[in-house]
Design a protein around this ligand. Sequence first.
Ligand SMILES: Cc1cc2nc3c(=O)[nH]c(=O)nc-3n(C[C@H](O)[C@H](O)[C@H](O)COP(=O)(O)OP(=O)(O)OC[C@H]3O[C@@H](n4cnc5c(N)ncnc54)[C@H](O)[C@@H]3O)c2cc1C
Length: 359
Amino acid sequence: MMLVEKNVPLQSFNTFGIVAKALSLVRVHSEADIAQVLADPALRGTPVFVLGGGSNIVLTGDVRPLVLKVEIMGKHLLRETDKAWIVEAGAGENWHDLVAWTIENGYPGLENLALIPGTVGASPVQNIGAYGVELQDRFESLDAVDLTTGQTFTLDAAQCAFGYRDSVFKHQSIGTAAGKPGFGLEGKALITRVRFALPKNWKPVLGYADIEKKIAQYGREPASIQPTALQIYEWICEIRRAKLPNPEVIGNAGSFFKNPTVSAEQCADIIQREPKIVHYKLADGSVKLAAGWLIDACGWKGKHIGNAGVYERQALVLVNRGGKSNPVTGGEVMTLAKSIQTSVYERFGIRLEHEPVVV
Ligand SMILES: Cc1cc2nc3c(=O)[nH]c(=O)nc-3n(C[C@H](O)[C@H](O)[C@H](O)COP(=O)(O)OP(=O)(O)OC[C@H]3O[C@@H](n4cnc5c(N)ncnc54)[C@H](O)[C@@H]3O)c2cc1C
């Protein structure tokens, strides 16, 4: 029997800890629950918002669309091929718990993505990534339900159109994906299950300065050490705990802005003015700039507007300075975000794009 909960407080369902209500909320445990929502004469056709762990959203008021809170559970080894273990997980599973489970069971490959908050079902939406690995590197396929027709469908990696913090789930059909007119599923699909291909011929992904520092603690050259997946998992957990605020303690939504990409010419021009700018060359010749560095260079680290603050240790993270008792509002977060975007644009001519979904 489907239960429609009314006026549900969302403060504990979003990692910023913003106070807002869902006027109506249904917990989705299976495809059958979605079918019931779509068949219900009172709910059919109403706008919906799909909620996972609330770790990549900014709530700017009460949520009027029907909130479908994804709680589809289960994780298991589905099958194995010569090259990979195929692990399947329900969309409501906690992402980090899945990573830990795969490592414990000897299926390596997700270790660099340890401790990212949120659910399995949201992981393809922005193609989560950290420390040199993106979801798309380990993705096999997903199942989803079309929220207008109720039909289930399966997408492979190509159909998900993954990009940097991007996928088909972040675009509307009539809009454009990476500048190309195309097919989009934003707000139209609920991902129910995700399958991962975890490589039998596993190799550690090291390359990142923070990981190399951990290796150096062992007094070895990075090239001479072959850490296990478990070792990397533990390093990543240590690095992230030292660097990022724990949302249980200081509300936040992780990196607030995407790292912008500029052409090699634009970058050369900026380097002339700002020789210390942190940048990474990409395979296609373009250059990715560290958004945190740009924000810090504009003097924002530790500053605040109302209860919305820029984290003292990492300028890319916006935080709730008011805690649970006097929490930041979505309006304050977005005012701070806009002020940062304006300063970065005025100083560097670069438009920062925010990463979380504004609801
Ligand atoms: C401290 C911290 C650190 C972080 N570090 C990283 C990082 O290193 N790398 C990174 O990529 N991200 C990072 N994030 C962002 C966040 O963890 C990810 O984006 C995560 O995948 C969001 O999952 P969620 O379940 O909380 O999604 P939510 O915030 O609930 O939703 C995000 C979006 O996905 C949609 N969605 C959610 N579930 C589904 C579903 N089942 N089907 C369809 N659509 C769905 C929602 O409608 C919404 O549009 C961090 C966040 C925090 C708070």
